[in-house]
Write a protein that binds this ligand. Sequence first.
Ligand code: MOS
Length: 726
Amino acid sequence: MRFDQPADPNAADQGRVLGRPHARIDGPLKTTGTAPYAYERHDVAVGQLVGYPVVSAIAKGRIKAMDTRAAEAAPGVVAVITTLDREPLPKARMNVVHLFGGRDIQHYHQAIAVVVAETFEQARAAAALVRTDYHQDPDARFDLAAERRAHQDDEVEPASRVGDFDSAFQAAPVKLDATYSTPGQCHAQMEPHASIAQWKDGTLTLWTANQMVAWSRKALAKAFDLPLEKVRLDSPYIGGGFGAKLFLRADAVLAAVAARATGRPVKVALPRPMIANNATHRGLTIQRLRIGANEDGRITAIGHDNTTNTPPGGGGEEATIPTEHFYAGANRLLVHRPLEMHLPESNAMRAPGDTAGQMALEVAMDEMAEKLHMDPVAFRVLNDTQVDPGNPERRFSQRHFVECLERGAREFGWSKRNRTPGGRRDGVWLVGHGMAGAYRGSPAQASGARVTLKPDARVRVETDMTDIGTGSYTIIAQTAAEMLGVPLEAVQVSLGDSDSPVSAGSGGQWGAASATAGVYAACLALRERIAERLGAEPGDLAFEDGQVRHGGETTPLAGIGGDGDLVAEDRIEFGDFRDKDYVLATFASHFVEVGVHAYTGEIRVRRMLAVCDAGRILNPITARSQVIGGMTMGVGAALMEELKVDTRYGFFATHDLASYEVPVHADIGEQQVIFLDGEDPCSSPLKAKGVGELGICGVSAAVANAVYNATGVRVRDYPITLDKFL
Ligand code: MOS
């Protein structure tokens, strides 16, 4: 079905199951350690070998020679396959760098060989015996600050321009001109990249951990020059993604290469210390924000100039994204400067663009409010807009940002905060309060599903949608239960198999709204099948308590298709009215209380509140989990996380979980999440939006603003570690 106009207020669902809190249906499998993750698929592909990656020790140059003799002679080794043994694989679709690219080295820890053995230990030991000679290219660029200085006068076509920024900024009576930097960040997902590959009868099967099954199926087909139907992916359980698993990675390619060479199934996981440099990261940014306002606090000019690293052909971290649409202001200039460097591949990480952008923008808004002697909440309320400031032809389909701000201020007790920075003590702790706004777009992607009604009234839903820990299994089961009037327990959900209908996948916070809409479409198609059976019109049927009511009669769903299954498949396509007439976005306010130790500078986050405007919430439990996960990640970005670049050699030195710090439970105080009630009829037939990426946006700035309020020291360089303000 096509979704090409706002949803009917009397949609087919009654909110009996959808919109209600349900614990995740895959929870027991996960808490008992029995959910089958890719590396532990012992139930598939008999006779698995283990592959261990060999990775480049230089960041840019060429391989002169590789000596694999010692590795080949090591115990248990079945094969050593180097990137010189074969034609370089073509670049996989949508990947920025080559995953197994021949002699040319594009980045540090690029995969250059895979050692295959009977056991993991044998493969790892032998991998250490591979000797590689390189020609190192001295003309390599690793230092973003230096590159920025070299390119600061480059003429760049603005990403967006409205009005006349330069004149308006110059004329503004109150101005801010400040520069902020954010480091590279690692997804640090719990489950590393991992795949088992098998070749059988010309078909490549991959049991893997991947957010976008259909994209990666195409990527594999391209890399191995296979027709699409000769590639199958299975990715039912995924231990975190955050964007790391949007695209094919080296684990998949090495496993496939090794399985083909040995004629046996091969499994490969990227060891944790390889992930940061071999896979992708959130790019580094240096952002200059200029805001001009009238004395009354109205913004007249807003400029955002972002510099970021990218490998050749990439887009870098688009930190200007939020500034395009968030606050009012007639004169706007956004400039995005991705500089080609030789660091590992920067790519999408949770709310790409928006997270890093709001780490700067929302601190700049705080600084600007201070210059204006305004409350930062009131400053944001004053500059709210219902019209897209980047394109006045469009309105926000729904924007309750002011409600987020006002409700948050009330619930948090914002009026009781101390307005003078550095002025509140609690024993040895300096106490501070900060807030920020949050913005994240809410796109949609076409999504398909197949729904089967069994003779016993059980329902099976199949789609290649993924659950990266987000709750997809649960909201999809809720959708089918809602639409067919059966209990949640009667619905079985199969995800992540490329043999199932192609879905939206998990990315860009479009997954929940898009995939449930696809299941909704398939359920409507199944209702039609049922109506045919009953000789009724689909619109006259009511589905409830395992029964269908029609014209005063009641028929049990069980047996309605006789002894066989009733099967229906459909797909939701989203019409362009969404983007032509509207901006679809989600909003939040974040309020944070921190304590900063007066002598050591240790920062403790004491309590956090988020108020979210994200359309209809399909399941308050899983949605809240998404938001508190985002808030926690935002604390990490504010205070801890940094892929520290060794600018001599071009690698991230903090490439394991000992040196790349992320928050743990003990780092996080009280977290409260409030969802505003709001259905967005422009978003999907179920009026839902995404929330998983909204949860991180703005959080780090709220923490930074609270640290400023506690100490009176403004740190514009993340992460805010104690050395930066003592
Ligand atoms: Mo997201 S960074 O599109 O998984």
